[in-house]
Structures are given as C-alpha cells and as structure tokens.
Design a binder for this molecule. Structure first.
Ligand SMILES: Cc1cc2nc3c(=O)[nH]c(=O)nc-3n(C[C@H](O)[C@H](O)[C@H](O)COP(=O)(O)OP(=O)(O)OC[C@H]3O[C@@H](n4cnc5c(N)ncnc54)[C@H](O)[C@@H]3O)c2cc1C
Length: 446
C-alpha cells in the first residue's frame, strides 16, 4: 500500500487502497480524515463548491456555546492539506457499479469556470462582477456576486462562477492577473476505482411554508432557525446583529416554535429530529447573550423538551435560571401580523394549564425538523440500496453494526442515516471510517 501522499491520477487509483466519501459535512470530513490517517487514499466528493456542510453556517454549538467556525475551520484546512485526500468539490456521483474491494464510481465534475490550481482566492475579481444575486449560504438573506465563494473559510478557497447568472461580460477574466478564470470550461465525467464507500450526504430542512397558518413567506418577521443562525453569525449578512427583516430593529420579544414539521403525521414527518429542542434553546440563549439590554422576552413553544445528551438537561435548566427563557408547552395555532408594527400575534394553548394564550412577539423563529436530502433515493439506488420508510439510508443491525448498510463495503455516517447532532455525526464518521478501512485491509473480503 502506498502511503506516500503523492497525488495519483484519480482514474488509475488502486481500489484496494482507496475509499470514496460522498458528502463533505462534518461527518464526511471526519470519515475522510480517519481513513486518510490510516494511510489509505480518500476521494471526498462534495456537491457544493466548498466542504463544511451545515456546521459552517452555524454560529455557536450547543450545549457548550463553542464557536462553530473555530472548531470547523482547522478541520477544513486539515482535510484540504491532507496528502491522502483528493477533494472533488462542486461534483456529484452519478453512477456506481461493482462490489466491495472493486467499485467503479462515475463522478460529474461541474465546470467551476475557475481553475483550482491557479485561483489564489484573492477576490480581486469580485468587485468587477456586475451581477448581484442572493447568497444561498446566507439562506438568501445576503447577497453575492455571480463569481463567488459562499463564506470566508470556503474550502478550497477558490471562486466559482454561477453559470445561471453569469452574463459572460468577461470583466472578471480581465481582472485576474493569474489567468485563473475560464468561462469556456465544461463539465467533466470521470470514473474512479474505489474499494469502499461512506455515504455522508447529511440532511435538508423541512420547508416550514407548508404550514400556511404559521406565516412563513407571508410575514417578514417569521423566519426559520437556519436564517436565524445566519443573522446572529458575525460573518453573516448583518455582521452578527440580530435584526427583524421588516425594519432592521433588534426584536425585544422573540418566540421560538419547536417541532415544525417534526412529529406530525399529517403534514410533516412522524419522527423526532433530535436536534431542534437543543438548537432552539441555544438560539434563545444567544438572543439574550447578544442583546441582553434589548431582548426582554424570549419564549419557547414546545411539545416536549428532549434534552437527552450529555450536558443537555443542565443547559436547558441554565437557560431558564440564568437567562430567564420562558417555556410554554403547547403547539401554536393561528398567527397574524399586526399591520402597523409588523409584530406577530400568536394564539397557543398551554397544554399544562389548559389556558388559551394570545401573545405578541417582534420576531418569531420556526424550528424545522430534518429531512433526507433531495437525491438520496437515487444515490441509494445507484448503490443497490433502498432508503428506509423515513427516506434515510437504513443500517443493517443498529445494535451491532450501526454504520453498515445492506451492501457490503458501503457505510453511512452522520445525518444521512438519521437526524443527529454534531458529536454523534462525528462519532459515526469515525466509525464508518474504521469499517471502510477494514474493508480495504481485507481486500474487499468482508
Ligand atoms: C438551525 C440548526 C442549528 C443546529 N445547531 C447545532 C448545534 O448547535 N450543535 C450540534 O451538535 N448540532 C447542531 N445542528 C445539527 C448539525 O447541523 C448536524 O449535526 C450536522 O450538520 C450533521 O453533519 P452531516 O455531515 O451529517 O451533514 P451536513 O452538515 O448536512 O453535510 C452534508 C454534506 O453533504 C453534501 N451532500 C449532500 N448530498 C450530496 C451528494 N449527493 N453528493 C455530494 N455531496 C452531497 C452537502 O452539500 C453537505 O456539504 C443544528 C442544525 C440546525 C438545522
């Protein structure tokens, strides 16, 4: 086995020395690092221009309120600098054949319009681009140019041209001293031999606009939790100032609505998304941390509080005792917008006291449940797998093989299997890395 770290041509990799990781969130990054540290080659395929996944969008992490970027950024550079990891960002797996020890993987490398080896990430091109569109990394609350990086720590730190919006004016091309921009670049299909595979494609959020009564998309001061994360993030569109979208004012009263789309067999999904209680409490605390002189009332409307992890119950109690967060058990019914103030008036039943409540908040945050990402079913089919009833990748024996799928040599990590928090996603990444490495070590004979 080669442990040299030299970049081998992808097509001629030895499958018994190479693993594929699909998805570059925190789970996939951990899997890639652990496989690579054992001396194997890893091809890490990420569909967006940068690795990092949802963790890169978060401000703080529960229950310790550690800075998300401070934990993630060193890991991003570790992955990008690791001699055994080949990073294929802005790429997607389109087909897989073969078996453990000898898979053939077709990967579509989308044309970035920028040469990875030449771009230094200096950003000189950006002011020259005349096109401004919403930045999806900021949940469409901020703007970016048609030549862009999603966030400052994007990895690789290489710009991408958004073909849909580029008008081919070539001003960016002329501005680039390094001649790194090539608007004629085309998509490329490559085939890579690998011996084992880790699926780490993460999740997407439930679309809260499904609940018309909750006003998302109709009322400016109703937002979802990931939008809130971007608003309180120092590198987000407001520089970390929590503002109402209607008037830019810091809200004095904030409501958080839990379980939007989760545990709802009618319009949502039946399962619990596991992370929403804790991220709701975290974000309630953050409002007080950031603007304690202005934010006076923070109320969480919940069904149950599932503070199941280490330090979670203590964090929940601290949010009440130290930060004065109010908790009301009860689902929110109707809500409406006050025409003059744009405040949100909600009606909810307190299911502990039986009281019907009318409350007014200057900002309402909906905390959505977690869904399998679009395309997971097709990817699973390519691998000879069926997704489970909830749409995630099933595992063969949860108690004894928690990262093994039904296809030998194919493993799953993080939220691709089910909703998980960051520590559990990282642990699953390491576990899947171990299983994928064992498959390689045994020559695919598992
Ligand atoms: C609002 C909010 C706040 C949160 N706060 C916390 C917190 O404070 N603490 C905590 O522990 N957890 C928190 N979480 C949960 C946390 O986001 C997840 O635990 C973590 O992101 C899971 O990592 P992952 O790698 O499994 O998935 P993801 O972060 O979703 O990464 C998956 C990656 O795979 C890529 N991908 C998807 N499909 C494909 C494909 N077909 N091919 C190639 N690439 C693909 C995606 O682009 C993405 O980069 C929060 C979640 C939300 C919604």
């Amino acid at each position: 086995m080669t442990v040299s770290g030299e970049k081998t041509s992808l097509q001629s990799m030895n499958p018994l020395e190479t693993a594929l990781v699909i998805g570059g969130g925190v789970a996939g990054m951990q899997a890639a690092l652990d496989i690579a540290d054992q001396g194997y080659k890893v091809v890490l395929v990420e569909k967006t221009p940068s690795i990092g996944g949802v963790m890169a969008m978060l401000d703080k992490t529960f229950p310790t309120l550690d800075c998300s970027a401070c934990i993630l950024t060193p890991r991003l550079s570790e992955v990008s600098r690791h001699p055994n990891i080949e990073l294929l960002t802005y790429s997607e797996v389109t087909g897989i054949t073969g078996k453990a020890g000898d898979f053939r993987v077709k990967v579509l490398k989308k044309a970035r319009g920028v040469l990875i080896d030449k771009c230094s990430g200096c950003g000189e091109c950006v002011p020259h681009c005349p096109i401004q569109v919403r930045n999806e990394f900021d949940q469409n609350l901020g703007y970016r140019k048609a030549i862009y990086i999603g966030f400052p720590q994007s990895t690789p730190l290489v710009y991408t041209i958004d073909k849909e919006n580029c008008i081919k004016c070539e001003l960016c091309v002329k501005s680039c001293d390094r001649e790194a921009i090539d608007l004629t670049m085309e998509d490329e299909m490559i085939e890579i031999p690998v011996g084992s595979i880790v699926i780490a494609t993460g999740y997407e959020l439930f679309d809260v606009s499904v609940y018309h009564r909750l006003g998302y998309g109709r009322f400016k001061n109703v937002i979802n939790a990931l939008e809130y994360e971007r608003l309180i993030n120092a590198s987000g569109p407001t520089g970390g100032k929590l503002m109402r979208l209607s008037d830019g004012k810091i809200p004095r009263s904030i409501g958080f609505v839990q379980c939007v789309g989760a545990r709802d067999v009618q319009k949502g999904v039946p399962y619990c998304s596991r992370v929403c209680c804790m991220y709701g409490i975290k974000n309630a605390v953050m409002a007080k941390e950031l603007h304690h002189d202005i934010v006076k009332n923070v109320t969480i409307y919940y069904a149950d509080i599932r503070a199941y992890g280490k330090g979670f119950e203590e964090f929940f109690n601290m949010s009440k005792e130290r930060f004065g967060i109010k908790f009301i058990r009860g689902r929110v019914g109707e809500l409406e917008e006050d025409n003059a103030t744009k405040n949100i008036v909600i009606w909810a039943e307190n299911t502990e006291t039986g009281e019907f409540l009318k409350q007014e908040h200057e900002l309402l945050v909906l905390c959505p449940g977690i869904l399998p990402p679009k395309g997971l079913k097709d990817l699973a089919e390519n691998l000879g797998l069926e997704v489970s009833i909830d749409g995630f990748i099933p595992i063969s024996y949860p108690a004894s093989n928690p990262v093994d799928t039904d296809v030998p040599g194919v493993y799953v990590a993080g939220c691709a299997e089910s909703a998980k928090d960051i520590p559990d996603s990282v642990a699953a990444g390491s576990a899947a890395a171990m299983r994928a490495s064992i498959t390689l070590a045994r020559g695919g004979d598992i």
